[in-house]
Design a protein around this ligand. Structure first.
Ligand SMILES: NC(=O)c1ccc[n+]([C@@H]2O[C@H](COP(=O)([O-])OP(=O)(O)OC[C@H]3O[C@@H](n4cnc5c(N)ncnc54)[C@H](O)[C@@H]3O)[C@@H](O)[C@H]2O)c1
Length: 283
């Protein structure tokens, strides 16, 4: 099956980044969000990526303009989905919100359209229960920032068809990514490894073993991580990290319970880079 028209739902950190990657690979993409304000914020981020691309000689102004012309925005999910070959949902990490989106997609996207979720930890099989043909539902899990990270996990739901998985994997490879398939389970591969590590870092801090800078530096110098756990958590968004931890706790047991410090920071609105402060401060 040929993919031409792509719709990305959610203009946040991931949705706007995924749309940028998709448009950069020559596809037409429509970004959908709840309000024009959210769309404007997402487009501002995309324009910044294009500007940096030109400044770093990664693209010419003409190429940047072409990428920009491949991107449209809309607040009308039904009309955007009506001619889509592939929809990638990247809204809040909340099962009810995702199910409501997939219910609408089931009614408005054409039968040929593959319906993918960028969820970090939620069950693709459960999301698919609200869709008329769950065979066309799959996980396409990009990493942050999507333009830099080379992996896309392709999550195989209980009812995902072989054809859906094949087309979704080929699409990810077309974007220049490595597609790795994983059976649906809480956290898939990467977050099953990463989320407990982030939580352990906060526990080390709470226990007074070492400070934020020291733990970050230890992970980089001793474990060879490209960034320390607190920098990574701030980049992911502490709300997103907390939601992922709660899913792992709910599905896999209390060993995955989020640390109280993380819960407090989220309650205080300290969500990481996107809010200007998380474990670290950003100006
Ligand atoms: N942040 C990360 O590092 C990361 C990495 C991989 C996957 N994810 C996953 O990607 C998804 C999005 O994460 P994010 O960090 O981009 O979140 P975000 O909070 O930055 O953005 C979410 C966007 O979704 C929009 N939205 C919410 N409900 C909507 C609706 N009903 N219709 C249209 N738009 C709606 C919001 O307005 C917002 O713009 C989550 O499922 C998350 O778990 C996040």
């Amino acid at each position: 099956m040929e993919i031409s028209n792509v719709v990305v739902i959610g203009a946040g950190a991931m949705g706007s980044g995924i749309a940028y990657v998709v448009a950069s690979s020559g596809y037409k993409v429509t970004i959908v969000d709840q309000t024009q304000e959210f769309l404007d914020k997402g487009m501002k981020g995309i324009r910044q990526k294009l500007k940096e691309g030109i400044e770093r000689n990664k693209m010419t102004p003409a190429e940047a303009q072409k990428i920009s012309q491949n991107i449209k925005t809309s607040v009308d999910l039904a009309s955007a989905a009506a001619d889509a070959d592939l929809v990638i949902e990247a809204v809040f990490e909340n099962m009810d919100v995702k199910k409501s989106i997939f219910t609408q997609l089931s009614q408005t996207a054409p039968d040929r359209c593959i319906l993918a979720s960028n969820t970090s930890t939620l069950s693709i099989s459960e999301i698919a229960t609200v869709v008329n043909s769950p065979a066309r539902v799959v996980g396409l899990h990009f990493f942050n920032p999507p333009e830099a990270m080379k992996l896309v996990e392709v999550i195989i739901g209980e009812k995902s068809s072989e054809e859906t998985v094949k087309v979704a994997s080929a699409f990810a490879e077309q974007l220049g990514k490595t597609a790795i398939a994983a059976r649906d389970n809480p956290g898939f591969i990467v977050n099953r490894l990463l989320v407990p590590m982030l939580n352990e870092a906060v526990k080390l801090l709470d226990e007074g073993v070492a400070g934020i800078e020291a733990i970050d530096q230890a992970a980089v110098l001793g474990a060879g991580f490209p960034a320390g756990p607190f920098v990574l958590a701030d980049m992911v968004g502490l709300d997103v990290a907390l939601a992922s931890m709660r899913t792992l706790e709910d599905k896999l047991g209390s060993g995955y319970q989020p640390s109280p410090t993380l819960v407090r920071l989220v309650e205080e609105g300290k969500l990481g880079m996107k809010s200007g402060e998380g474990f670290h401060k950003y100006s």
